[in-house]
Design a protein around this ligand. Structure first.
Ligand SMILES: CSC[C@@H](O)[C@@H](O)C(=O)COP(=O)(O)O
Ligand SMILES: [Zn+2]
Length: 212
């Protein structure tokens, strides 16, 4: 596998900086929550590198210590005192089993509420709303199920469940009362998917209240 160039690394950090500021402006990183990553360079399911947010940072602020490069095991590939996101192993599993190019994780009120509303079912059903097309699902009145996993404190225990939870046409997994991981081939695609999911969660929750 060829070495990453400085330009590749800088490009990944620039992309992360831009999407981080965009999502922060929406209030999608309350209380230091959330993490983001972009894959860099060559990919095989057993060997890849990605840039990820460092752990515990206020993601609404910018600093020179916001990102670092890690390998497919979530281990830093360069000497650094930065710690990768506590949830890096979940990113590792998503990359391994989807080959995605970028992953965005946010905690929002609506993803937490929807995850709890359907937590026992293990998926959030979304029926027939137009924005499903943003996931590249074009059939009329499509019904989709967004997977929900339990929110164990032990991240490796969650990571073990990721492979089995991935539904090929649904680029996202929700952790119950925690948040969503949305991915795509690029940052732009992951952002479109994330925005669509968040719209769906708000719809599902509000519709649930209206129906009563
Ligand atoms: C401060 S609550 C959020 C964390 O526990 C975690 O869920 C999270 O999303 C951010 O962790 P981080 O290690 O900064 O990537
Ligand atoms: Zn989180």
């Amino acid at each position: 596998m060829t070495e990453l160039t400085l330009e590749q690394k800088q490009h990944a950090y620039d992309e992360l900086r831009e999407i981080k500021a965009n999502l922060a402006a929406r209030g999608w990183f309350p209380a230091t929550s959330g993490n983001l990553s972009v894959r860099v360079g060559e990919f095989t399911p057993d060997k890849f590198t990605f840039a990820v947010t460092s752990s515990g940072k206020d993601k609404s602020l910018q600093s020179p210590e916001d990102f670092l490069l890690v390998n497919e095991k979530g281990t830093p590939v360069e000497a650094t005192r930065l710690k990768p996101s506590a949830e890096t192993l979940i990113h590792c599993e998503i990359y391994k089993y989807t080959g995605a190019g970028a992953i965005l994780h946010v905690h929002t009120m609506f993803n937490n509420l929807a995850s709890e509303l359907y937590g026992e079912e293990g998926f959030i059903p979304v029926e027939g709303i137009e924005i499903i097309k943003a996931l590249n699902i074009w059939e009329e009145d499509a019904t989709i199920r967004i997977p929900v996993l339990p929110n164990y404190a032990d991240i490796p225990k969650i990571a073990e469940l990721v492979q089995g939870a991935i539904v090929p046409r649904i680029p996202g997994i929700v952790l119950r009362k925690h948040g969503i991981y949305a991915w795509g081939a690029s940052v732009a695609e992951a952002k479109r998917h994330l925005e669509a999911f968040e719209f769906m969660f708000e719809y599902v929750y509000r519709w649930h209240l209206l129906k009563k």
